[in-house]
Design a protein around this ligand. Structure first.
Ligand code: ATP
Ligand code: ZN
Length: 286
């Protein structure tokens, strides 16, 4: 009894802040402890371990941590016995091949017999094997993008998000090999008690992620347009329609994704909708 679920998160890096933010939004209090390597929550049975992201798959496989948050790219590269439980909607990036910008890239064959610098040799090797490419892989642990300019390699295989690092290093992206984002992984053999804590945590994460994707929409509409507006506004069940004090008008309430809202805003206005409000949702449980 009184077991705690041990969660590995990145100690300091691109995923650290967003990982802790998810727990905070789930109502799980994590003491602010940038110096510490582990800390416990005061109101939920979890212990947080702060680690380098590269080490998280191994720690989770060996049950040093029960679950972990890291980029899916690291999960693929380390290839440990861990289960990906769910995607977390942040840390988006892609793994791409890039070559010096003045090269005449003619397709995958261009890469044959080239020397490629990367921190992801396993993923690159797999890609080359599938595409029957023979390349020389130069494994380095960081600053991969300078490898061509210092003569260490002809091309690189690395993480790209905006592409600006490539540009400033005189490179161009020529192939996207995989799309990655932060994921939650778990050890393949969790005790029943720990799985129970994980289920409670996942329920909260689900509510937080739904609320991030969805908005509450409120609008006023002339009664004759109500049924048409409802037909383009999906609700959780169906939209709520309330009469306004002003004769002939109603207020319509529903839940909508932000993307869908921008798609239909012109249609809503054309149907006579007025006073349209889009409001963030704090938590969403369906
Ligand atoms: P650590 O010290 O923990 O080993 P790191 O230097 O390996 O840190 P970061 O640069 O903090 O790692 O990146 C962590 C993860 O963030 C990456 O594995 C990737 O999943 C994700 N990511 C998102 N965008 C980018 C980007 N532009 N460059 C690098 N990683 C990115
Ligand atoms: Zn790392």
């Amino acid at each position: 009894m009184n077991e705690k679920l041990k969660i590995a998160v990145q100690k300091s890096g691109r995923l650290s802040e967003k990982s802790l933010e998810i727990f905070r939004e789930c109502g799980i209090k994590i003491p602010n402890s940038s110096q510490k390597l582990r800390t416990v929550s005061s109101n939920f049975p979890v212990e947080i371990l702060f680690l380098r992201d590269d080490d998280i798959p191994q720690y989770v496989e060996q049950n040093v941590a029960d679950i972990g948050i890291l980029g899916e790219n690291e999960v693929w590269e380390k290839n440990r016995n861990v289960h990906v439980v769910r995607k977390l909607g942040f840390g988006d990036c892609r793994l791409s091949l890039a070559v010096p910008k003045d090269e005449n890239y003619t397709g995958l064959n261009y890469l044959n017999h080239k020397k490629i610098a990367t921190s992801y040799p396993r993923i690159l090797n797999e890609f080359c094997r599938k595409n029957q490419l023979e390349v020389e892989i130069e494994e380095i642990s960081g600053s991969v993008e300078i490898a061509p300019s210092i003569g260490l390699a002809n091309c690189i295989f690395d993480i790209v998000s905006s592409g600006s690092t490539l540009l400033t290093n005189g490179l161009k992206e020529v192939e996207t090999v995989a799309q990655s984002e932060a994921v939650l992984i778990k050890s393949p053999d969790l005790s029943e008690e720990k799985q129970e804590i994980l289920n409670r945590l996942l329920f909260r994460i689900q509510a937080v992620m739904r609320s991030r994707e969805n908005k509450y929409i409120l609008l006023n509409a002339p009664n004759h347009a109500v049924s048409q507006i409802i037909s383009i506004l999906p609700g959780m069940k169906s939209p709520t329609v309330l009469p306004l004090a002003q004769e002939g008008w109603s207020s319509i309430h529903s839940v909508i994704t932000e993307e869908r809202f921008w798609e239909i805003i012109d249609e809503l206005k054309a149907l006579g909708a007025q006073g349209i409000l889009i409001i963030p949702i704090e938590k969403m449980i369906v």
